[in-house]
Design a protein around this ligand. Structure first.
Ligand code: DOR
Ligand code: ZN
Length: 351
């Protein structure tokens, strides 16, 4: 009997880390084989803070893609305390810059140049509201005394709620949400707010960090939360509500940087991302809603056309390898040496 399959409008990834140089060349093909477009995070070192930086980075991405690829990288700027309103105006006029990312300083990988006080970024944020450039937020406060597992909730109360009251027209994507509080906030808000949800936050709870020992490859930020939060995320993603859409936060780090006394945050999922979302939707009994989440809601939120082509997924098990090459180094991908139950057709595969 032929394996069951589903065909979707080709999906997009609304939150992706591609890095630069040899790492970029190593990881970009996995996303390009699956997704038509991706919102590219600007947390390089140094960060992508100007339209000129974003355009130069986009050229490097295009050069790193396989010849046959029609992948379209959607660029973002990294908001700092000093981002000038004129840079926002330039972004609004540029065909390849689609959003601006807020990293609270110190929140995560390469966030040192991020915003230290939201009031300092207000001139740029006001211009974004005026010109309708979406703000993408890493929604965690960074104060050392706030519990790691509460940082998203506290961010909603201390930063996001006042920001939306002050700038009610600002379009916001609450990135990689991890808690029931964030689900409720996005679902019930009167504002123009959407949210991305990663595969790891839909599939795993915080026990995955400690199963049989410390698991550095399951560490990302915001950190995995307890089971009731995972369940709330699955409910939101599979509900059909257009405010929730796909964003992998796939974030490659070399193996040694994660298997370290102070391991980096980031989970690499680009090699099986849409396949893992299919697993989540199948287990929730809502495979019919995968297309909305993966292929429609994000494009609609960003005001971009939905894709015209399709991607077919086959219900066939396979195992991602233990490691993948990353320039001169290797990375350990999500589900390494474990089973993934959906797969993309042979002609689209990198391995
Ligand atoms: O786990 C994460 N990794 N969270 C982030 O916010 C950044 C990302 C990275 O760039 O590695
Ligand atoms: Zn990210």
């Amino acid at each position: 009997m032929p394996a069951m399959q589903i065909t979707l409008t080709r999906p997009d990834d609304w939150h992706l880390h591609l890095r630069d140089g040899a790492a970029l060349a190593a990881v970009a093909p996995y996303t390009a084989e699956r997704f038509a477009r991706a919102i590219i995070m600007p947390n390089l070192n140094p960060p992508v803070t100007t339209v000129a930086d974003a355009e130069a980075y986009r050229q490097r991405i295009m050069q790193a893609l396989p010849d046959h690829s029609d992948f379209n990288p959607l660029m973002t700027l990294y908001l700092t305390d000093r981002t000038r309103p004129a840079e926002i105006t330039a972004a609004a006029e540029h065909p390849h810059v689609h959003a601006v990312k807020l990293y609270p300083a110190g929140a995560t990988t390469h966030s040192d140049a991020g915003v230290t006080d939201i009031n300092l970024a207000m001139p740029a944020l006001e211009k974004m509201a005026e010109l309708d450039i979406p703000l993408l937020v890493h929604g965690e406060v960074t104060r050392a005394e706030v519990d790691m597992f509460d940082r998203e909730h506290v961010f909603i109360d201390e930063v996001l709620t006042p920001l939306l009251e002050r700038l009610p027209r600002l379009r916001v994507v609450f990135e990689h949400i991890t808690t029931a509080a964030a689900v409720e906030f996005v679902r019930d808000s009167d504002h123009r707010i959407g949210a991305t949800i990663t595969p790891q936050h839909l599939l795993y709870n915080r026990n995955a960090l400690f199963s049989g020992g410390l698991r550095p490859h399951m560490f990302c930020l915001p950190v995995l939360k307890r089971e009731r939060h995972r369940a709330a995320l699955v409910e939101a993603a599979t509900s059909g509500n257009p405010r929730f859409f796909l964003g992998t936060d796939s974030a490659p780090h070399p193996r040694h940087a994660k298997e370290s006394a102070c391991g980096c945050a980031g989970i690499f999922s680009a090699h099986c991302a849409i396949e893992l979302y299919a697993e989540v939707f199948e287990h929730a009994g809502h495979l019919d809603r995968l297309e909305g989440f993966a292929s429609h809601h994000g494009a609609d939120f960003y005001g971009l056309p939905r894709n015209n082509d399709t991607l077919t997924l086959v219900r066939e098990s396979w195992q991602p390898p233990a490691t993948l090459p990353m320039g001169d180094e290797t990375l350990v991908p999500l589900r390494a040496d474990e089973t993934v139950i959906w797969r993309i057709p042979r002609e689209a595969r990198v391995f």
